[in-house]
Design a protein around this ligand. Structure first.
Ligand SMILES: *Cc1c(COP(=O)(O)O)cnc(C)c1O
Length: 427
């Protein structure tokens, strides 16, 4: 008789604990990470190491513009990497030139410089401003309170939030903050040393606050009058997130004088490479040659690989009309969030934003959150994790929805259902 051998015990792998341990031992703890270990994704869904599925409404903080594992991105990476990954900026390459042309086409007459991140793109604009004002001894850049411009030394000096500066003083000189959407305050703040004003078209980290059309047009006129550069940080709000390539194009739609509005410099990153690191800044034509040979550089900026991916993403967005998708489905999402605000005013205070850059502001003192000293936004985001939805806190009271531009209507509905169920349960 054949002996029956019992099946070996299943190999129980605790990937969560082992990966967590690698971080505790080896990774600088500079991030407040959520207790989730992600392993793979497809479209607007990601999976953790235990196989739990999450609807990703954060898309890597507005980065994965085509969602996860998009075949066009894989193909662009594979095809370009077979030809040329990197050669340095000592030489010309076609993808960088073509990407610059595509960006210029979507913004306005000018030129582009390629970097690797948002902070680095902003650094380039700060250097542009200093170069512009150098011979007159002007160097000061005004930025907005609640702004976010990156974590480099100039980035934290430019960022209008104390929490990023704390512990890293002395701050780099040459930055002062002005209240956002307050034109009179901008005018009053200009000193003989001022050379530029930088703002986000929609403040992201600061809690999803769009600039008003009057503010944009007013700043443009003010900068012209005082010979200042108007710089815009489009790192989070750019790249079709609001429904148009840049947020100012959306904000100024149909506004008299809005069609001709352009900033003098504009930074980009996040969605530009869909997850592959790339940053860029655009400079308006009259200033496009200010940074001459030898004045600014970065080894990895605008590699053929990064630019090939960015080009492919732009092609997919155009073919599939994903800007319109972000505008329409984002509009629907916002209406739904506003509905939650009306139905559950004890939990949801307001909904704001444009397209797929939305903020849900939570009410103060939600009783269900009283037991923990964690900020309301963090508690809400954590509970949404349990429900299988990824969102991103902004400050203590706002949660952000920054989904992939190709989020599907049924996925948006799934997100709203889960958010509503949570709101209802804590109301
Ligand atoms: C994320 C962000 C940055 C910084 O970009 P990094 O790629 O993290 O350096 C700058 N400005 C804004 C508005 C951002 O959202």
């Amino acid at each position: 008789m054949k002996e029956i051998v019992p099946a070996p015990p299943a190999i129980v792998r605790n990937d969560y604990e082992s990966i967590r341990e690698l971080f505790t031992k080896n990774v600088v703890p500079s991030y407040g990470r959520f207790e989730i270990v992600l392993s793979h994704g497809a479209g607007s869904h990601v999976f953790d190491v235990a196989g739990k599925r999450y609807l990703d409404l954060g898309s890597g903080i507005a980065v994965c513009s085509l969602g996860h594992a998009h075949p066009a991105i894989t193909e662009a990476l594979v095809e370009q990497s077979k030809k040329l990954i990197h050669v340095s900026n000592l030489y010309f390459t076609e993808p960088q030139g073509r990407l610059a042309a595509e960006l210029v086409k979507r913004i306005g007459p000018g030129k582009c410089f390629f970097a690797n991140s948002g902070a680095e793109a902003n650094e380039g604009l700060f250097k542009l401003a200093r170069k512009f004002g150098h011979d007159e001894g002007r160097f000061e850049i005004l930025t907005a309170t609640n702004s976010f411009h990156g974590r480099t030394l100039a980035g934290i000096a430019a960022t209008g939030q104390e929490k990023v500066k704390k512990g890293f003083e002395p701050m780099m000189p040459g930055f002062r903050h002005i209240p956002y959407n307050d034109l009179a305050a901008a005018r009053a703040a200009i000193s003989p040393a001022t050379v530029a004003i930088m703002i986000e078209g929609v403040q992201g980290e600061g809690g999803v606050t769009p600039a008003t059309p009057e503010y944009l047009l007013g700043l443009r006129a003010l900068c012209d009058e005082k010979k200042l550069l108007l710089l815009m940080d489009g790192v989070q709000c750019g790249h079709y997130r609001t429904g148009r390539f840049q947020s100012f194009q959306r904000i100024l739609e149909g506004v008299p004088g809005g069609e001709t509005f352009l900033p003098d410099g504009l930074s980009m990153a996040k969605s530009l490479g869909g997850g592959f690191p790339i940053g860029a800044f655009w400079v308006r034509a009259p200033f496009a040659d200010l940074l001459g040979p030898g004045t600014h550089a970065t080894t990895f900026g605008g590699t053929p690989l990064a630019c090939a991916v960015a080009l492919r993403i732009l092609a997919v967005i155009e073919e599939e009309k994903l800007g319109d998708q972000a505008r329409e489905l984002g509009g629907w999402l916002k209406t739904e969030l506003e509905r939650l605000g009306k139905a559950y005013p004890g939990v949801v205070k307001s909904a704001r934003g444009l397209g797929f850059m939305l903020g849900l502001e939570l009410a103060e003192n939600i009783p269900a959150f009283a037991a923990s000293d964690k900020p309301a936004a963090l508690q809400f985001v954590n509970r949404l994790h349990t429900a299988g939805v990824l969102t991103i806190p902004a400050g203590t009271q706002v949660i952000r929805l920054l989904p992939a531009l190709n989020l599907k209507p049924q996925e948006a509905a799934e997100g709203i259902d889960k958010i509503e169920a949570l709101v209802k349960s804590i109301a």
